[in-house]
Design a protein around this ligand. Structure first.
Ligand code: FAD
Length: 430
């Protein structure tokens, strides 16, 4: 049973627009679709379904945005998370082109949702990918050319080591690739705004409602302590928090801890010295650094990817040295917030989207591997398309990429992966 149900004590919670609490499910209900999970995946699937005229009940064990969606770095970055060309053997050349387009169009989808529904979430356009080595910087040239070949409509700009201070006031980088079609935002305010939009479309949302059991059939019975929802279709949107609710999916996604600190508000001069163009920034390391300024000029600095299942006892003490390596000028700046969240990692770092073979009325999307802000929204649309129309070409393409199960069983999965990651980190030092 779930113990803590409140939002993490993050900068996001402290600056949330409205943390309206919804009741727990206290009766039996029926709906066309039951969605489990109140993060970006679940809430946006509910929106897309309601917009298509279906009745939806959404069940969230804690609060809307309690999981990764309300805690993340807020970096809205194009792409599905990494180079998708390697998946050509599963999806073909056209499939690769579709995935590359989806990585771009999904950012536009988030921007459009925010604009159309006037969701107040501090959206700012502009992102710079930072190179830790000259070889990484050299590779950015190819990336920029590839974007141009895809017809990318936004400005991209290579920034050499001699000019990098115009983008980031740090001595550690070998260059960058600026992309004005990506950006950053306040993720908790986005998902809270989207939940309000879902309700305005008729979606019934219940918080503090953990789903305890699924009884499969033509009608799925979704059993919770206070009642059961009966629905023709089910969407599992629990990502790194699924645990054993659906054994056919458990073991395909591994929870990995990532951590963020927020400084006190910086003076306009200091903020401008750190990130002169107010871009979102992230580097190329295995456990990458990602950071940006908040609307009230704090530095939000995130990083790490822990597979051990144990969070650092003192996140600020763990993250501050990483921040000071990048920005030594913050040595006397106070840290006012610290928090962590669970990224859902998959073995091939590709999101898992599809329907259960044994129960085709059960759909899922999970495992965005740390790059979910845009992809969740895209997958939500695909799930809704497939449920309403019985078919979605995009969902078929995503689901052609195999959903591998981590080896080692429940007990050994995390330690085995931790060992693998250690190997990659050691390679960075050589
Ligand atoms: C620290 C951190 C930083 C990140 N930074 C970025 C970033 O900058 N950019 C980016 O693109 N991505 C980032 N990500 C990844 C991104 O946040 C996720 O991919 C995305 O939010 C996943 O959304 P989701 O809705 O699938 O899952 P979640 O937001 O985790 O939601 C899952 C929900 O399911 C609920 N649930 C689970 N089991 C049950 C049950 N039995 N009954 C009812 N409810 C249940 C949980 O309570 C939870 O609220 C980051 C992630 C973390 C953790």
């Amino acid at each position: 049973m779930i113990q803590s149900t409140d939002h993490a004590r993050s900068y996001y919670r402290a600056t949330a627009n409205a943390l309206t609490e919804r009741p727990a499910l206290g009766t039996d209900l029926t709906a066309d679709v039951c969605v489990i999970g109140g993060g970006f995946t679940g809430v946006n699937t509910a929106i897309e379904l309601a917009q298509r005229g279906l009745s939806v009940v959404l069940l969230e064990a804690r609060r809307i945005g309690w999981g990764a969606s309300g805690r993340n770095g807020g970096q809205l970055i194009r792409g599905i998370g990494h180079d998708v060309s390697g998946f050509g053997k599963y999806v073909g050349e056209e499939g690769v082109r579709y995935l590359e387009r989806a990585g771009i169009d999904s950012v536009a989808l988030v921007g459009e949702r925010i604009r159309t529904h006037r969701i107040d979430c501090d959206l700012r356009w502009g992102f710079c990918e930072l190179a830790n080595t000259p070889a990484q910087f050299a590779a950015f040239k190819g990336e920029q050319a590839h974007l141009a070949a895809l017809g990318y409509a936004h400005e991209t700009r290579l920034v050499g080591p001699q000019d990098i201070q115009q983008v980031v006031g740090s001595p550690v980088y070998a260059g960058g690739l600026v992309d004005m079609g990506s950006g950053h935002l306040h993720p908790l305010n986005l998902v809270l705004g989207e939940a309000r939009l879902a309700e305005s479309l008729g979606v019934r949302i219940f918080e503090h409602t953990e789903v305890l059991e699924l009884i499969h059939g033509d009608t799925v019975h979704v059993r919770c302590a206070g009642g059961t929802v009966r629905a023709a279709s089910l969407v599992l949107a629990c990502n790194a928090h699924l645990e054993e609710l659906e054994p056919r999916l458990s073991g395909k996604v591994l929870p990995a801890g990532s951590y963020i600190i927020a400084t006190e508000p910086l003076s306009a001069d200091l903020a401008n010295q750190l990130i002169p163009q107010n871009l979102a920034l992230c580097d190329q390391k295995v456990g990458l650094d990602y950071y940006r300024l908040s609307a009230d000029r704090r530095l939000l600095f995130g990083g790490a990817c822990h597979y051990s299942g144990r969070d650092p006892a003192d996140i600020a003490a763990y993250m501050q040295p990483k921040m000071l390596k990048v920005f030594p000028q913050l040595a006397n700046t106070a840290i006012e917030f610290q928090w962590g969240g669970k990224i859902g990692i998959t073995a091939n770092r590709f999101p898992q989207v599809g329907r259960l073979k044994q129960y085709p009325n059960v759909f899922y999307a999970q495992g965005y591997s740390g790059h979910g802000l845009n992809v969740t929204h895209w997958c939500a649309r695909l799930l809704a398309e497939a449920i309403q129309a019985g078919h979605s070409t995009g969902l078929d393409i995503f689901s052609q990429v195999p959903h591998m199960t981590f080896p080692g069983g429940k007990a050994l999965r995390s330690p085995l992966l931790a060992l693998g990651m250690l190997w990659y980190r050691l390679r960075e030092l050589i």
